[in-house]
Write a protein that binds this ligand. Sequence first.
Ligand SMILES: [Zn+2]
Length: 136
Amino acid sequence: MPRVADHMAWKWYTSFKSKEDLNLPALTLEPDGLYRIHCNELFCRVPNCPKITPSDTLNNLRKHYAHRHPEIKLTGNSKRGGRPTLAEEHAAIDFHKALYNDHFATPGMTAAVPIKIEDSDSDLDTIKGEDIPWDS
Ligand SMILES: [Zn+2]
C-alpha cells in the first residue's frame, strides 16, 4: 500500500504554512453529493475562507469544515477501520502530485526545489510498509 505521508509531493505540501502560497483547487463534488477530501489533506479549500494555515491532522481539518462550513458535506473515511483504501491513497498522492506540478507551472510561484515528479506510478510500487491510520 502506498503511504501518502511518505510521498515527496505530500512532504512538499506540508512545508507550506499558508494556503495563499499554494494553488489549491476547489473541492470536487462527487456523484453522491459529497465533496471529495483526500487523505492527509491539511488546508481548507473553501474560497475566501479566512483560515489560511494548515490543520495539524485531517481529522482537525474535518472539524474545521464541520464547524465553519457545515453546508459542505465531505466524503467520509472508508469503512475499513478508518483506513483509506488503496484507491483513496492513490487519489491522494495524485492530488498532491498535481498540486506540486501545477505549482511550478504557475508564473510567480516559487519554491526551493523545482523538480518535475514522474507521472509514472513506479514510485508508488516501491513504497511499502504497514497500513497507516487515515490521518497519520
Ligand atoms: Zn475553511
